[in-house]
Design a protein around this ligand. Structure first.
Ligand SMILES: [Zn+2]
Length: 333
């Protein structure tokens, strides 16, 4: 058993309290390799933004659970080395699908876990989420639970169709599970193909697809039911067109990749939404930069040659999100 406190990590309690009061959101960036982690920490240290390092079950399988946990510990030391005196870094399990997985993460130094039992019937979702919360809280680890279903594909999590969170259920759910934050479904979606073209309209000027707007009415109703309670948005990449175009220009094939417009996320960040999950945008930035570099430099074969510009591109993207979308810069001096 290792406590996250020994690793210099923090849970989400204080972060979220300040974010809700201050009208901004904490970035939750997924990582599964060193370059992503370096880029996240560089961006957070440079902007003095609290940050949530998210690890999915798929990432743990890909990179190795032990290695990832030491990488997170190393991230705290690295942040200090970069001159960030009091780094606020949380290590969070994304989409935990069982009590055992959540327990294992709590026991291995995670400061926060998500139990996603949203695919189960309501009462079973409550029972499993409560079981995880009861265990995690013994170690002061915070717990995110989910109500409602997001469409899209993300590692092992996938659903054909979304259904919005029902505001009439949130008080009962939050009270009975004891969760510290609630992931809701209000029109965001996992992956780089969040909407089918037929769900979108077309901008008459640019001819580009415009996705359907988020259900702010549902979000505001939830806020009214649970004043001040931390709300989480999953699937909130904006799928920047410049990266999609760059991928496609240099040999990629990502037709009609589409995300959530940043203006809408900016608006959500000002509400009770205090954690915004971004994964696909990092994947796109990395892949676009690597494709471009290799296409322009066919003789390069040292991975550092193409991973360095990829890391730079991700860092630039993370800073942009922190400063221009979430507003969390300067909140962890
Ligand atoms: Zn998610």
């Amino acid at each position: 058993m290792v406590s996250y406190k020994e690793l210099g990590l923090v849970n989400t309690r204080e972060m979220f309290k300040k974010a809700v009061a201050g009208g901004y959101a904490i970035p939750a960036f997924n990582f599964n390799n060193m370059e992503q982690l370096q880029a996240i920490i560089m961006a957070a240290a440079e902007t003095k933004s609290p940050v949530i390092l998210q690890v999915s079950k798929g990432a743990r399988n890909y990179a190795n659970a032990t290695l990832l946990r030491y990488m997170a510990e190393g991230a705290v030391a690295y942040a200090k080395e970069l001159g960030w005196e009091h780094p606020q870094i949380c290590l969070h399990l994304d989409h935990g699908d069982s009590f055992e997985l959540c327990k294992n993460c709590v026991d291995m130094g995670f400061s926060s876990v998500m139990i996603d039992a949203s695919a189960l019937p309501y009462e079973e979702n409550i029972a499993l989420s409560k079981k995880v919360a009861d265990y995690a809280h013994q170690y002061d680890v915070t717990v995110e639970a989910e109500l409602g279903v997001l469409a899209g594909v993300e590692d092992e999590v996938s659903a054909e169709q979304s259904h919005y969170t029902r505001p009439e259920e949130v008080i009962d759910f939050a009270t009975r599970t004891g969760c510290d934050s609630l992931a809701i479904s209000v029109g965001t979606s996992h992956g780089a193909y969040k909407f089918k073209p037929e769900q979108c309209t077309r901008d008459p000027k640019t001819g580009k697809l415009v996705p359907p707007p988020l259900a702010f009415d549902v979000l505001h109703e939830i806020e009214k039911k649970l004043p001040g309670f931390p709300i989480v948005l999953h699937g909130s990449s904006s799928v920047p067109q410049e990266y999609v175009d760059m991928c496609n220009k240099y040999g990629g094939n990502l037709p009609n990749a589409i995300g959530i417009p940043e203006e809408q996320l900016r608006e959500a960040a000002k509400s009770a939404v205090c954690k915004i999950n971004i994964d696909s945008d990092s994947r796109l930035a990395m892949t676009a930069a690597i494709r471009k570099h290799l296409a322009e430099n066919p003789s390069h074969f040292d991975p550092r040659q193409y991973l360095k510009p990829a890391r730079e591109e991700m860092k630039k993207m993370y800073i942009h999100k922190i400063v221009n979308v979430l507003g969390s810069d300067g909140k962890a001096e």
